[in-house]
Ligand binder design. Structure first.
Ligand code: ATP
Ligand code: MG
Length: 300
């Protein structure tokens, strides 16, 4: 991984660094319309799949965490990445966005080998909340504005940037908190701000790691609606999820990991979420319905 890429990635992670290298990335060319039916795709489409991971291996702390993963996300698809705690879901998406180096295998983004890929403005990434914690004293609007950095040329934000930030804030229901420091937010609100930051960049490919974790049911429905609009507008989405929940109707395909290997790639498991998946062995309390409607393993 080059320093250049690492800097850009750190900027996206913290959301506060001014003008990282990704700000100079070229604006993407006009995007072709998504093709919903993979069978109807022209042969050349495969070369431009937003994500193509082949035989990916990764080792963390001396342990093999990804053990030969194939993961393809085609244009316009909504793919759920499922699996028990520790199965490698976050590591897989972090490798896609360049935060975890692969020890083997191949990764291409939009048909371009990872090493040569520079067009980060095409990708929006919402990290798993626990990895996004920061004590940075930024306001909600500042954090969301960082999602525009890769779209901006040098100079102050333009009208289009400000409008995109405002739209993203409204989409996640945080417009009235725009001036508040992010440190004053609840966990679920913080999560919504991170999602707004990714949406503000108007990416073609959205990668979200447990976007619903810690978000109450009302906000989950709002976010599901937001995502539905993104998909209708042609976005491609990779979601790490514990339970399909309100996003279930949106999911085209599910990839299930177990111990760093893909054990299922096909139709999403029907209305069972995580609990019916192979390898579901983590423990989390099932809260009373009136306390917190949906809990995921992340917070427990
Ligand atoms: N930085 C790290 N150093 C060492 N081991 C790590 C590191 N990050 C993750 N791991 C290990 O890699 C394995 C996979 O972790 P990963 O975070 O990808 O799982 P996950 O499927 O996202 O789990 P969860 O559902 O809890 O988010 C785990 O055993 C974890 O302990
Ligand atoms: Mg994870």
């Amino acid at each position: 991984m080059t320093e250049e890429v690492m800097e850009a990635e750190e900027a996206r992670e913290t959301g506060v660094t001014e003008e990282p290298d990704i700000a100079t990335a070229a604006a993407p060319a006009a995007r072709p319309a998504p093709t919903a039916d993979p069978a109807a795709r022209p042969a050349s489409a495969a070369a431009e799949d937003p994500i193509s991971l082949r035989g990916a291996t990764a080792t963390l702390g001396g342990r093999p965490v990804l053990r030969g993963i194939d993961l393809t996300v085609r244009r316009g698809e909504v793919v759920a990445l499922l699996g028990a705690n520790g199965s490698g879901k976050s590591t897989a998406v972090r490798s896609v966005v360049g935060q975890v180096p692969l020890s083997g295998g191949e990764l291409a983004l939009f048909g371009i080998p990872r090493r040569r890929f520079r067009d980060w403005a095409r990708i929006g990434y919402v990290p798993q909340r626990t990895t996004a914690a920061s004590g940075v004293p930024a306001t909600v609007r500042e954090v969301v504005s960082a999602g525009r950095l890769a779209r901006r040329r040098f100079g102050p934000p333009r009208k289009a940037d400000r409008a995109a930030v405002q739209r993203a804030l409204e989409l996640v229901g945080m417009a009235d908190r725009a001036r508040d420091p992010v440190g004053a937010l609840s966990g679920g609100q913080h999560q919504r701000v991170l999602i707004a930051r990714a949406l503000a960049g108007e990416p073609e490919l959205l990668i979200m790691d447990e976007p619903m974790a810690g978000v109450d049911l009302t906000s989950q429905e709002i976010l599901a609606g937001t995502l539905r609009e993104q998909v209708a507008a042609g976005a491609t989405v990779l979601l790490v999820l514990h339970e399909l929940g309100p996003l279930e109707p949106l999911i085209d395909r599910a990839v299930v990991l177990r111990d760093g290997c893909v054990v299922h790639d096909g139709p999403p498991p029907k209305a069972v979420g995580q609990h019916a998946l192979p390898g579901h062995d983590h423990v989390h309390p099932h809260a009373a319905a009136d306390a917190e409607p949906i809990r995921t393993g992340l917070l427990t």
